[in-house]
Design a protein around this ligand. Sequence first.
Ligand code: ZN
Length: 654
Amino acid sequence: MLRISACCLTLVLLCSCAPAKRPKLKSFKNDYPLTAAPIESVRINDSLWAPRLKANRQTGVPHCLAQLEKSGAFGMFRTLNGSTKEGRYKNNPWGCSDVYKSLEGLIRSNRTNPDKAAVAAAGKKVDEFLKLVAGAQADDGFIFPYLQLYKKDYKPFSAALARYTETYCMGHLIEMAVEHYETTGSAEALKIAGSVADCIDKSHRPGGKYDFPSGHPEIEIALMRLHRVTGDHKYLNLTKRLIEKSKTIKTTWSQGKPAMGHDEAVGHSVAMFYLYAGAVDAAQVSGDDKLMGLIRKKWRSAALTKTYITGSCGTRGHSEGFGAPYYLPNDKAYCETCASISYCMWNHRMFLAAGEAKYMDLMERTLYNGFLSGVSPSGDRFYYPNPLKTARGKKRVPWFGCPCCPTNVVRFYPLIPTYMYSTDPVSGEVSVNLFASGRAELHLGADILTLTQKTDYPRDGKVSIAYKVADVRDSTTRTAPLRIRVRIPGWCGKPAWMLNGKAIVPKTDKGYAVFTLSGDAGEVTMNCPMPVVRMIAHPKVKADHGRVALMRGPLVYCFEGIDSPESTELALAADQEFETKAKEIMPGMTVDAVIAKDAAGAAIAAIPYFARAYRKETSMLVWTRQAGLKTPKDAEADSWKDKLYRRLDPKELD
Ligand SMILES: [Zn+2]
């Protein structure tokens, strides 16, 4: 889904194990102006993401595949192929989607794996599985093992079975098959993806029996990926038709209103984020400004009225969905790990369309807080909801009855390197969007630009970006000076900049600092001071009245009972001199704890939210009471234009 324009054709294959048969993608007249860095072009070697990406490949993916074997989800496909040894599958009807998602994670996480034997084994496993899929498909391409096995009188795509998520599951199959095709050039994978999409296309023709929107969106993203690799407009047209139908017809997952029939973000958070993401793809490729305008309004609704400070969405009691504007109860926060993942996918597309830092700012907050909380460093323990207040927090667990989050985590992790950089082939600019030590090699016309990041982000706000340009043909082919754009972190304010050792005040554009490169090698450095700050919420967020949340850089902090016995009751003193102190949460995870003072003058410690509940099942609180903080008046809300959270100025305290 991220290799999306002609620029991708110039992919630098850093990976010696990259298959020679990787297919060329189609280019479109209308498309995203920015191109995400190809997975193979970015290597992260930091202490936070790199070990987690490795653990995901070596532990997370095999763990999910083993659990799905145990639950009988894989067995359904073998039964449909005539095996009599399989037991009855007794889990959710949409269990096949978790098989597809885990295999997509297997394929994607091996794209940069230097272990050739492991890469070959992964390819073989997927090829064998696709044979099972082909054997399980109905004559018209339909596949939904649960219905085929246990509901023999089913009618595909019927409104009564919308909750069974047929198009959602088939969408995940298409995504997995397209991923395999993009990675290996497998004609069989593309054939299966096409047959499944064609089945949906034939069934959802205008005026036909099943002319309604997708039951649980996701298929929209999948169809757009298929459109990108085939160039077949039938898949774009089907995507747009499903979106158009969702303007007038409500579904199980859209919570009483047609999902796209209004400007507000309403419905099941994960389903809606998938729908919005697919809609951005369709709007970009088809040049549909009206649809893009609607999506921008949806973004404002979600980002400015319905997002927790941890960057995630969804409240309990609203069917895993959004609540009313500014209704953000901390103990009832659902913040499903899948919601963080799908929010990142949507925000990244919004960024590629507009180039504005605000989308990457939000995505960064979601990544480091809402998402990172949802999975252990070992890659095989997970949270489904991620509340901001618990009376007795539970530890992460290996699996769930509905394992949508674990199987989403394993396919999402390997996308993180691609989010870090993007290129604009027309302007000759490369953007540094996220910060982590590592190296990227990106093509801009005839130039290969190598960027080497050195930083201890998010523990430290100093980032060094060394650049080196190599012209693979002839330097005279360069028609415009190369430029590096570096995101100014939204939490930072004004960083100090240096270019080739000299302090500089760069031009800024859309929240990015812009540097024109004068030579073929040099260095840009950014220094963002990282003080501990107290954040307050928009006056209309009643749950946070009189309360503050601590942040340092992009990290949101929480108080746990193990450090502060009355953590859900404590109040911070007005005068504070915050200190940070390295704290080992467990072997391999050391964080910067914040030492603060409670209203009685006692020292209390907060830790990053993502590091919660590893030491003990204990109480936890993000928004703590703040002595001297007045209850805001609604009238003050006008001064909060385009903000849901902002820094508290200590002078505001009584
Ligand atoms: Zn989930």
